[in-house]
Design a protein around this ligand. Sequence first.
Ligand SMILES: [Zn+2]
Ligand SMILES: [Zn+2]
Length: 241
Amino acid sequence: MDYEPITPSYHDLTATCAACQTLAPFSQLFVCLKEDCGHVLQQKLPVLSPSLFYRREKVFCGACTFRGSHKAHRKYMQRAEPLAFITASGEMGTKLQMEFDKFLKTGEDTAVGYYMQENMELKNLPTPRIVEYLSKSGTIMEWHRRVAVLYNASKTLTDFREEGQKFVKEQAEELLTEFSKTSKQIHRILTVTQPDMEQLREERHETHLREMGIDPSTEDARSSFSSTSSTSTKAPKKKNG
Ligand SMILES: [Zn+2]
Ligand SMILES: [Zn+2]
């Protein structure tokens, strides 16, 4: 994933009222939903944390909302905090959800992913309800802690795939090295040692014929060489001439 969870600072827990510029805690701020209002909720820019919501949108303190400059839109005002959680959880949660879905639905291009797709029952595995998990955080700190939990889990799952891939690569390389070694060894034996062995066999056979009193250069001997098995029984035993 291309993002790191951010740790909120004190300033991330407060925002400035668009009307009176007072710094107020997130929980004490409101947004206007009246369509023709110049400060209406925009929801146009990405909001990947609840804190960002307060920087992207115009928010109002309680005083301005109910008694001050924005009291005319009082009945269109809504608490900012739940909206901030829902918006950020929806955006961040969807991104994370896609990451998690990938672990079960794709990955045939890696050895671990391929094995899972081919051999494991993935259909009945419950997928984590990430958007809901994030939006039900009680506080901003808790929200960020939950994002960090999900981020780390996703990293661990990615590591399993990468480690598996690395191991398979090493084993494949070892297999090919061993295969090539064996193949070359056999080739060497067949091309270098084999003629020597033929010659040795021929020499042994000639020695054997001489021992039986047969001249290896005669026609008889040549024919007997071509049918080695019958020679010993047919040829008369005349040791030492
Ligand atoms: Zn104000
Ligand atoms: Zn308004």
